[in-house]
Write a protein that binds this ligand. Sequence first.
Ligand SMILES: NC(=O)c1ccc[n+]([C@@H]2O[C@H](COP(=O)([O-])OP(=O)(O)OC[C@H]3O[C@@H](n4cnc5c(N)ncnc54)[C@H](OP(=O)(O)O)[C@@H]3O)[C@@H](O)[C@H]2O)c1
Length: 316
Amino acid sequence: MLTVGLVGARGHTGKELVAILSRRSDMRLVFASSRAMAGDPVSRLAPEARDGLIFEAMGPQDVAARGADAVILALPNGEAAPYVAAIEAVAPRTIIVDLSADYRFDPGWTYGLPELYGRDALRAATRIANPGCYATAGQLCVHPVRDLLSGPAHLFGVSGYSGAGTTPSRKNDVEALKDNLMPYSLTGHLHEREMSRHLDHEVRFSPHVAAFFRGITMTAQLSFREPVTAPALQARYHDAYEGEPLIRLIDTIPEIRDGQDMPGAVIGGWSIGEGGRHATLVCALDNLLKGAAVQAVQNLALAAGLEELGGIAGAV
Ligand SMILES: NC(=O)c1ccc[n+]([C@@H]2O[C@H](COP(=O)([O-])OP(=O)(O)OC[C@H]3O[C@@H](n4cnc5c(N)ncnc54)[C@H](OP(=O)(O)O)[C@@H]3O)[C@@H](O)[C@H]2O)c1
């Protein structure tokens, strides 16, 4: 039984993590930290939580002292380092999975997107940087054809407002979002750098947030050095994702609803233009699941030598 501690458990991704971990018979959630909900039963937020699990206000030393086999950090960006340092000082073999962007550019950490970068590096990894939600969708769109591209991949993303976390901001203000679509960070978004770095190919990313709670669509515009045919293009994706249980390929254009509440990603809607020199496709996924919690538990399971998708199919 792998014991797991969850730091940042009352957030949007934390709630999903509690649910998935509670469905696994080979992992046990041994603590769940929250300052705002300290003393409350975790089941008040996530009904799947076992009886007796109570939110606790925990600092880095408290987390390290608990000695869990694995710790998942679901904190806002910029908060992970003191927790990592405290755990490293006490039990360096602890598996740490960080959902923030803090270690996604750190070569000492394993970037965990198993369908693209393989499972071997994750097996026995102890420091895992979980990809961003948009970054997962964008890389799934571009990776199978990145060697064919003549220039940057252009990615247009729309996310539900849960992507902006629970700290109040304009991007999760339902009044500001009502009857609205909000473009933001149109150059240099962190996920633009993350995608370019891990794809080893430049992307341009235009993020938007809308009034629905969860889900992402990512529309990719791709230009090719040599003309491609529609069957050849689709074959690339089928070959790349064959046998991947969390990737579903469809001929129609995926919409937000195709990805919402689903554990994996839906890719489709291939369309060819300019005599084969230009193509578009779309990926839909749930930012809180394959974009965050599902991927984190998938990565943790691989690192711990456990069944990769345990507790995950039930995320639908
Ligand atoms: N939301 C998404 O779609 C998504 C997708 C992929 C990755 N991520 C990443 O995952 C992480 C968590 O995202 P989220 O949306 O779940 O965030 P969130 O809803 O805002 O939750 C943040 C959690 O961290 C705790 N927290 C906040 N500030 C803290 C601090 N200074 N010290 C200790 N705990 C603190 C909060 O609990 P208390 O205040 O009660 O302690 C809460 O449990 C972020 O880094 C985000 O970028 C999010």
